[in-house]
Structures are given as structure tokens and as C-alpha cells.
Design a protein around this ligand. Sequence first.
Ligand SMILES: Nc1ncnc2c1ncn2[C@@H]1O[C@H](COP(=O)(O)OP(=O)(O)O)[C@@H](O)[C@H]1O
Ligand SMILES: [Mg+2]
Length: 341
Amino acid sequence: MSERSPPGIFQCLARLDEGDGSLRPRNFDEFVGQTRTVRNLRTWIDAARKREAALDHVLLSGPPGLGKTTLAHLIAEALGAPLRISSGPVLERAGDLVGLLTSLDEGDVLFVDEIHRMPRTVEEYLYSAMEDLAIDVVIDQGPAARSVRLTLSPFTLIGATTREGLLSHPLRSRFGVSEKLAPYPADDIEEILVRSAVRLGCALDQDAAASVARRARGIPRVANRLLRRVRDVADLHNEGRIDLGVVDQALEMMGIDALGLEEMDRRLLSCLVRLGGGPVGLRTLAAAVSEEEDTLELVYEPHLIRLGFLLKTPRGREITDTARAHLELDAGDAEASLFPS
Ligand SMILES: Nc1ncnc2c1ncn2[C@@H]1O[C@H](COP(=O)(O)OP(=O)(O)O)[C@@H](O)[C@H]1O
Ligand SMILES: [Mg+2]
């Protein structure tokens, strides 16, 4: 970290890496799936390198856990540039952002996570920084107040957001590259699991990998989290070998069913049933299950929608017959285990 860094603005890399950092792909070749995004990014990076120019600003959007932060690291690595990390909510005052921008050296990559959460007053300073490599700051007050133009070194801004729709038009339009990440197909998740197992040094059966993959909601972070828990059970009860039996045992302990539904998914669906099946507004639903609206919308609903369990209509959320059938099946299973024949 450079000595000129304004205090409190950079987040500690180690803290960000906590948990799944050790499984993070180290280069583009290790990054599984999202082939179009990776191909595009590599092209723009190669072209920028060839011209010895800074890469155009990049916006990465998509739900949590799909690889936005990972891609930011990989882009900086491919550019051979240091990655400076900050985030929208941390940049509370314009001065924070100005200090950060003026501390950048030529070619540096600045990563702003959760960029949609940057206050609008701060965001406005980014416009001229991104477009003209300059910021106008007002110094002094009253009659002595005057505006001073600070020029910046050419840099690349990488913005990550889970809510692209909340970005203002002026900000969004200043990103020359915009890539959206979507949940991964089960095959990709399986490949990620196999690679992670190698990195964790554990033996993972093919059918066990497929079983975990089916229940990871298409999200690499979820897949790696499940793998760690499955490994715990394997270490304690199966001499470290992860087979189907171990997977079933571990996922049952975590309350995750065959389709990857968790306790919260089931609560959400049961609430909908109790509320007559819908349509129910997001706010009501969030209150009913005591969860943040954002979390419901970004983390839980997409998987339920993909499974065909939930419909998002203009009047609210509705449960489908497929979901009702699954819930009944589940209830039947629970009864069967309570009253074994
Ligand atoms: N395409 C991928 N291939 C392999 N692992 C991945 C991939 N995308 C994400 N991961 C894993 O998932 C974790 C979460 O990814 P991250 O980049 O932090 O997601 P986001 O920033 O979008 O929330 C990473 O630490 C990494 O281990
Ligand atoms: Mg991230």
C-alpha cells in the first residue's frame, strides 16, 4: 500500500480474501466458465497492452459470489498493474475519493466494489475523472473560494455492482466495457468444485462433485462453501474421502435439500402459501421472513425463479404449483423420518 494512501479508504486485502480467497483463481486460465466475458476482457486487455495505454473503465455486474472481485484481480494481474481496492460505502465524502484518485500512479487499476452505494455527491467527481482525467475541487470558503483543477494519471476504474439498475446513467455511460455475470451452469460449478478440491487437497468422487454442484445455486462462492463443510464431514467420518454418502450427510446437516433449497427458501415459500400463494409485495415478504429485501431479491429469489418455483409479476411474488408439490414432498419426507414405518 502506497504511503500516500489516505487512511481508512483502502480495505485490507487480507480481510477481503478471508474465507474463499485461497480458492480464488490466480489467472484467467483458472477462471471457469463465463467464456464470453473472459474472451472479451482478454481482448481489451491485450489491445490496451499493445498500445501501452490504460485499459478503458470496466463495469462488472451480477449477483454476489459469481466472480466480480476475482475478475478485478485477474484484470489487474493481466495488465501487470497493482490493484487498489475501495468500495462505494467507504467513499463517504468527496475528499475520500479525491485523495484516492490523486494517489493513483499511471496505469494503476482502481477497484470500487458496490459502486452503486457511492453517495451521489461523491459520484459526481468521478465523471470528469473517468472522462477527462481531471477533477475540479473548490478550495477555501466565502469570497476566497476558488476552483482548482487537478489532473490525474491515466488509470482504469473497475466498478463492481450487484445492482446495475441503481447506477445513474452518467456513471454507467462512462464505462467503456460492461460485463454482466450470470449464474453458472452445473457443469461449470462441478469443474470449480473439482479444482477447489485439488487446492484443498481432498479426494472428491465425481458423483459427489455433481451432487454438490446441483445444490450450489449456480454460484461459485456457495459451491466452495458447501465443499468446505462436506470436507469437514469427510475428514471426521470418512478418512477425508468425499463420496455421495458424505455429501448427503453434510448437506442434510446444513438443511439443504436435493434442489439446493435452504431453510430460508422453504420459509419464503411457506410464507407465500400462508399468504394465499400471492401475489405478495417484496416488502411484505421480507417482513414475513425477517430478511432484508435486497438479500431476498439478490440471493434467494433468483434460484427459486430459475427452478420455476416463484413468479415475479407486476403485482408481486407468486408461488407456482411446482413449488407447492415440492413443499408437500418435503413435508412428506419429514413425516416419514419422524414416523419411520
Ligand atoms: N469463474 C470462477 N472459477 C473459479 N472460481 C470462481 C469463479 N468465480 C468465482 N469463484 C470463486 O468464488 C469466490 C467468490 O467470487 P468473488 O469474485 O468474490 O465474487 P463476487 O465478487 O462476484 O461476489 C472466489 O473466491 C472464487 O474462489
Ligand atoms: Mg466481491
